[in-house]
Design a protein around this ligand. Structure first.
Ligand code: 13P
Length: 248
């Protein structure tokens, strides 16, 4: 049985004090028996939110990391820096980073290796644009993104990763994928993992859906066979996140 994961991606929202207040109110209400609940917060909020949730089972995540251990990379953050503050999850390859910061599949692969080496749980994001969906290349695109992200990753490490299918056209648009579209895409990813690593590994790996998840649609999405939870943006910084985590 795969334990569900519901991760909130706060994106560039909340100051440390706002984030700590929100997290302190919300975290004790989250039922982590059925699902791992995670707050992926801005770097500057990490220390304050870590303190706010320390008595709870809610996990702490970051939204990015660098693939080197140290050096002249102004503005970047290493895996060790995150680990020391209690971060245990990290989003890698979000479509916003790919689009606005030119993050490539090769960089995603390096970051994935670094996160695993450090003991972080990576949440690797993949997803097609609207044009790609209309061109009927969604499955090929997802397969390519996952294949490159996982180059050189051994089978035993794969279940320690989480993959998030986030169709770009559904992110922040209020236009959620249908349950069937989301299921179909997550099944494509699991099928690829089966081809690359075998059935046992594929069955043990969590695959999430992200894109306009809210308290009204989460339950049905997360009930689909190959959807093991969600990566939630806008609704993760609202009280409704409680319902998304506890709602099944
Ligand atoms: P929304 O839930 O706001 O559409 O964002 C999804 C997302 O990008 C999570 O990483």
């Amino acid at each position: 049985m795969r334990k569900k994961v519901v991760a909130g991606n706060w994106k560039m929202n909340m100051t440390p004090s706002d984030g700590a207040k929100f997290a302190a109110e919300l975290a004790p209400k989250l039922n982590t028996d059925n699902a791992e609940a995670v707050f992926c917060v801005p770097y500057t909020d990490i220390a304050a939110v870590a303190e706010a949730i320390k008595e709870t089972n809610v996990g702490l995540g970051a939204q990015n990391l660098h693939y080197e251990d140290k050096g002249a990379f102004t503005g970047e953050i290493t895996a060790a820096m995150l680990m020391e503050l209690g971060v245990r999850y990290v989003i890698i390859g979000h479509s916003e980073r790919r689009e606005y910061y030119a993050e490539t599949d090769e960089a995603v692969n390096k970051k994935l290796k670094k996160a695993l080496e450090a003991g972080l749980t990576p949440i690797v994001c993949v997803g097609e644009s609207l044009i790609q969906r209309e061109q009927n290349i969604t499955a090929d695109w997802l397969r390519m993104q996952v294949r490159i992200a996982f180059l050189g990753i051994p089978a035993e490490a794969v279940p320690k990763t989480v993959i998030a299918y986030e169709p770009i056209w559904a992110i922040g648009t209020g236009k959620v994928a249908t349950n069937e579209q989301a299921q179909e895409a997550c099944a494509v990813i699991r099928q690829l993992l089966t081809e690359l690593y075998g059935k046992e590994t594929a069955e043990a790996t969590r695959i999430l859906y992200g894109g306009s998840v809210n308290a009204d649609n989460a339950k049905a999405l997360f009930a689909m066979d190959d959807i093991d939870g969600g990566l939630v943006g806008g609704a993760s910084i609202k009280p409704e996140f409680e319902k998304i985590v506890n709602g099944y």
